[in-house]
Design a protein around this ligand. Sequence first.
Ligand code: SIN
Length: 324
Amino acid sequence: MNNIPSLSTSIGHINLDTCTYNASGVNCITEENLRELALASTGLVISKSCTLEYRDGNPLPRYYEDKDGMYTINSSGLPNLNYLEYGKISSKISCYKPFFVSVAGLKPDNNMIMLRYLSDVGNISGIELNLSCPNIVGKPQIGYDFESMEEILRRATEIMGPHQREGIVNRKAFGLKLPPYFDISHFNNAAEVINEFKIDFLTCINSIGNGLIIDPVEERVVIKPKNGFGGIGGKVIKATALANVNQFYRLTNCDIIGCGGVQTGIDVFEHILCGAKAVQVGSQLKMEGVLCFSRLNQELKQIMESKGYTKLEDFRGKLKVIED
Ligand code: SIN
């Protein structure tokens, strides 16, 4: 009998051989980046969030990590090749494994133009609409404005909607990358909007926006954009990420993708215990490179073996609470 734990999972109707892959954010801009991710032990590959036009991103330095890997701060400003390029590159990546494109229009209309085009590209298996980039000057995070979010989702789901789902060829998984929420009323507000629409998956969470890391010796900020303000990642955001995964797992029927604070197999295990069907890796990918995926998968398998679990569904979402 084969007792080696299986890490296979699915997002919407897309099957993955393993449950870890890259977060849209780190090392996923160029065709070379994406191929490297495809050849690693990832379940799928997702592109950097794209815009209508090519973007260089914010001025350097725009990324900083502390030496113990506890926290990172980034303000990349969506550097990307543009949406048409990711449409073209899709054929080079989808021959290895499912390829998702992340979309982050600077205006709602731009999102619709990109979704209309990308939803027709056969080699793209899924689209993640990023409602949560904290790093564009003058652009709020849509995920914190529930009225705008509702309007965008109404238009987006019409484009991604049933007419494309019924035919196998153009059926894509459609999901959202959410910002972290901190208040129970905000979890409820966001879930209420999301539950109005057919959304396959939610990625929880983007970096914690507008943090400030400073160098006390130099008495200075550590990144240049926005006077040093940027998205916080790394180990310190795991508790917030797990809370968001678990809340949206309870409040919606969407598949939940955990993202935030993943450095070891235990972190992956905890995200899945909170309800995640797959887990993205951001800061750790930046620090360790693509070999992090085989290590994380191996560590997760060891944990599962030690607990007698053979598949993710044996423990997914089964987080226990302390009863009276
Ligand atoms: C960035 O490019 O600034 C990060 C993207 C994001 O946080 O969504």
